[in-house]
Design a protein around this ligand. Structure first.
Ligand code: EZ4
Ligand code: CO
Length: 408
């Protein structure tokens, strides 16, 4: 069964997505997600100009072989653009294989290891009362685990906190339509003073059971991260995420030496190689990579199997910039593996779900990929055409209160 077409779809139903459509000679269609927030067109070009032409005439069956061909064949290994492009091909081929088998993808990955996937949602507020409202909304929606982020009294709007008072906000989507990234105020000392008081208030109101998570968005130095982890120990976090910039893996040794707060890292990583030190030295507890940014199901499975040797679990990335195709792929993999930890989940907007029609479901706090053959996402290409791409960028939090540049 040979690949006869491979086409890139760029659409912006509420936010930008890049998808790959692969079709075989007998008319089986597979979809993959290639969305890289703020760098969408770079991946689209990588696919269109360099990858799609090489797929035509290749067999759709040998997925691992195609993965290796694209990974090695580029000569330039790894990196977010390359690995997002490879992920799109990989997921589209798994979609095709599962459709041909007449099975949901998780069956081909070994079958289900659990009834559903524990999901966490994103509660945020500019202050603690608003955060409580957001936590209540999430509990009412059935979430059994919640990430909490708040504003900081000294600062205005900050990264990771939804715009307050806007009913229209795309549930925690930090990228904003603009020709360049905006620059926001940041002050790590104010943050470090404030966060423990938020956790104290949340534990006092909601009790000890509710799993709570927090994302530091790479903003601390190693010693600051160690301080925060230590100060948060009384509040029993499920995880503290991205406490330091991930590229300095040695930093995590220092953090680990000082705190038992569980650590999650990796949303900016792309391959199992990026995790070599972190996993083999047991410096983290959860792997945050997205199927979309890590070479697809094939790349992510290599990584999670390696993590399993060290009792490190999955915490696959699932913000709204992972498209419904990428989310579906993560759910099939998460259902099948044995070292599943938790799945990040935010509902996509109604516009997004009009273009990407999904079979996955969220019930009673658990996600399930559904039982349609393949990954279970249909794309309405006609509907997609009504939503053109508009440049949008993530903000940079780097201005200090005194007007200088805060370097983190
Ligand atoms: O900021 O997906 O844990 N989740 C996150 C995300 C990222 C965005 C970047 O594209 O940190 O919200
Ligand atoms: Co994060």
């Amino acid at each position: 069964m040979k690949i006869t077409s491979a086409d890139v779809l760029i659409t912006g139903p509420g936010r930008n997505f890049v998808s790959l459509r692969v079709e075989t000679g007998d008319g089986v269609v597979g979809w993959g997600d290639a969305t890289l927030n703020g760098r969408e067109l770079a991946v689209a070009s990588y696919l269109r100009d360099h990858v799609c032409p090489t797929l035509i005439g290749r067999g759709a069956g040998p997925i691992e072989d195609t993965w290796q061909y694209l990974y090695r064949g580029a000569y330039w290994r790894g990196g977010p653009v390359t690995m997002a492009a490879i992920a799109a091909v990989d997921v589209a081929l798994w979609d095709i294989k599962a459709k041909c088998a007449g099975m949901p993808l998780y069956e081909l990955l070994g079958g289900q290891s659990r009834r559903g996937l524990l999901a966490y949602g994103h509660a945020s507020g500019s202050d603690v009362p608003q955060l409580f409202d957001s936590i209540d909304e999430h509990l009412d929606a059935g979430y059994r685990a919640i990430r909490i982020q708040t504003g900081i009294p000294e600062l205005g709007q900050i990264y990771g906190v939804a715009d307050s008072g806007s009913e229209q906000r795309y549930d925690y989507e930090p990228a904003r339509a603009a020709s360049r990234p905006s620059e926001e105020l940041w002050d790590t000392r104010a943050y470090l003073r404030h966060v423990p008081t938020v956790f104290e208030a949340v534990r006092a109101k909601y009790g000890p059971e509710l799993p709570l998570l927090h994302d530091g968005h790479h903003r601390m130095t190693p010693i600051q991260a160690a301080q925060l982890g230590k100060r948060l120990e009384p509040y029993d976090l499920f995880w503290l995420e991205d406490c330091t910039p991930a590229e300095n893996q040695d930093a995590l040794r220092l953090v680990r030496r000082h705190t038992t707060t569980p650590l999650a890292i990796g949303e900016v990583f792309n391959t199992v190689w990026d995790y070599r030190t972190l996993i083999s030295e047991q410096l983290i507890d959860y792997v945050r990579s997205a199927v979309t940014h890590t070479g697809g199901i094939s790349g992510m499975r290599k990584l999670l199997d390696f993590a399993a040797l060290y009792q490190i679990k999955s915490g696959m990335h699932g913000p709204t910039d992972v498209s419904p195709i990428g989310m579906a792929a993560a759910l099939h993999l998460g259902l099948a593996i044995h070292n599943f930890g938790i799945q990040e989940y935010m509902r996509h907007s109604t516009e997004t779900l009009t273009v990407f029609q999904t079979s996955y479901r969220f019930e009673d706090g658990l996600l399930h990929p559904g039982d349609r053959p393949g990954i279970g996402v249909d794309v309405d290409v006609g509907a997609a055409a009504a939503f053109p791409y508009r440049a949008a960028y993530l903000p940079v939090s780097r201005l200090a209160l005194d007007g200088t540049i805060h370097d983190w």
